[in-house]
Design a protein around this ligand. Structure first.
Ligand SMILES: CC(=O)SCCNC(=O)CCNC(=O)[C@H](O)C(C)(C)COP(=O)(O)OP(=O)(O)OC[C@H]1O[C@@H](n2cnc3c(N)ncnc32)[C@H](O)[C@@H]1OP(=O)(O)O
Length: 380
């Protein structure tokens, strides 16, 4: 039985009331970060499944603005369209964009099979139209080609000679390996990875132009091959000093420290490039939790060990974390105080210990001695 309680928002289709869409809003965030809310449990439910007596209707802001097309939109609607602005759809007017948003709100593929796992998906992903009627897709876990039927996958597996992602293995420690895949050299793999990732990423643009990206694919290796557990993508050149575009740990591997490993890895690459970096915005709720946990642990570990004064700039140089992210992390932990006309970091050891404990586990460590990598250089 699905019941819509106070902090859940619901909307009933105006005509032919059979289904309603329920948004399970996880938490309201008190943060300066732009993040997206949790729509993971979003689904269509039958009207009789709703407990309407316990619902307080949420009234949209009634301030109306005239859109460029002359359509009347509330501020809320306008913001939603701005947020969901989709790269490659600049030509769409407000009404078409709304239609696009409606269409992409609903999950198309319900489950995928990948390696040993059958995985329930979270969000819409714009697979090519010939896959519109598929509820389940079968992925080759090595080349990431996807198929409509299991027999097709079985036939493919007999022929596919990949046993790991294409590209260069740049890290191996124990059973963990990281492969760097150049989107330009492995276009189909890059696109397949994006289709797959979008099933678990909500407000991220799907880039068809994968040439501009490098993909860092993390694998658990055994005698059957290297099995993807997650990845992050990185622009080859970022004017905004982004060192990570999208990050994903596949659901069966989540909460094992791989997310923080991927984040730590992205900063190790930035250190090798002698740059500071920051993740592309907006962050998802889980993305923000993972980053906040990582930033807190890295910064407080340094503050605990450091004797004497240390500036944000020095912290940034040591960690490759962008100064703004250091500042917001320390501010959110209330470790920045204004004294004698300037901002200072106040690092009482007991307070640091308390925050470190709350920041969760450290994640898997990146053994930098096992990283063999040179920064990307355009080949002429
Ligand atoms: C820039 C961007 O791409 S933003 C988008 C980020 N990506 C996504 O949202 C895609 C879907 N989500 C994911 O792929 C994963 O949840 C990730 C990549 C964000 C995190 O990956 P994981 O492998 O689960 O991370 P990891 O095990 O290191 O845990 C990270 C921390 O995040 C928090 N966290 C992660 N998942 C959850 C959850 N379901 N509930 C509560 N806290 C969670 C915890 O604090 C956790 O630390 P802890 O386990 O020590 O308590």
């Amino acid at each position: 039985m699905v019941s819509a309680s106070r902090n859940e928002k619901f909307r009933v289709e105006e005509k032919g009331i059979t289904f309603a869409r329920v948004w399970f809003l996880s938490q309201s965030w008190v943060s300066k970060e732009t993040i997206t809310v949790n729509r993971r449990l979003d689904e269509w439910v039958k009207l009789e499944q709703l407990d309407l007596d316990s619902v307080e209707a949420v009234v949209d802001e009634k301030v109306e603005e005239k859109g460029a097309t002359g359509l009347k939109m509330t501020r809320h609607q306008k913001r939603k369209i701005d947020e969901t602005h989709v790269e490659g759809h600049e030509e769409l007017d407000a009404a078409s964009l709304r239609e696009h948003e409606e269409f992409t709100k609903v999950k198309n593929i319900a489950t995928i099979e990948l390696g040993r796992y059958e995985i329930e998906t979270w969000y819409f992903s714009p697979f090519p139209p010939e896959y519109n009627d598929c509820l389940r897709l079968y992925f080759c876990e090595f080349c990431l080609n996807f198929m409509k039927r299991k027999e097709q996958l079985q036939r493919h597996m007999r022929k596919c000679d990949l046993k790991h992602p294409p590209g260069d293995e740049i890290y191996r420690s124990g059973t963990l390996s990281m492969f760097e895949v150049d989107g330009k050299k492995n276009k189909v793999y890059g696109q397949n990875l994006c289709y797959l990732a979008k099933l678990f990423l909500d407000h991220k643009t799907l880039y068809y132009d994968v040439d501009l990206f490098l993909f860092y694919v993390l694998c658990e290796c055994d005698d059957r091959g290297c099995h993807m557990v997650g990845y992050f993508s990185k622009e080859k050149h970022s004017e905004e000093s982004y060192n990570l575009a999208c990050i994903l740990t596949l659901p069966p591997y989540q909460r094992k420290g791989y997310g923080k490993f991927l984040i730590a890895f992205s900063y190790e690459l930035s250190k090798k490039e002698s740059k500071v970096g920051t993740p592309e915005r907006p962050l998802s709720d889980l993305g923000l939790l993972s980053y906040r946990g990582y930033w807190t642990r890295v910064l407080l570990d340094i503050l605990k060990k450091h004797k004497g004064n240390i500036s944000i700039k020095e912290l940034s140089d040591m960690t490759a974390i962008k100064a703004e992210d250091i500042l917001t992390t320390l501010q959110s932990l209330e470790l920045i105080q204004y004294r004698k006309g300037q901002h200072v970091i106040c690092a009482d050891p007991k307070v640091l210990d308390r925050h470190l404990k709350a920041a969760g586990r450290g994640g898997l460590d990146v053994d930098v001695s096992k990283l063999i990598w040179t920064p990307y250089k355009e080949q002429s």
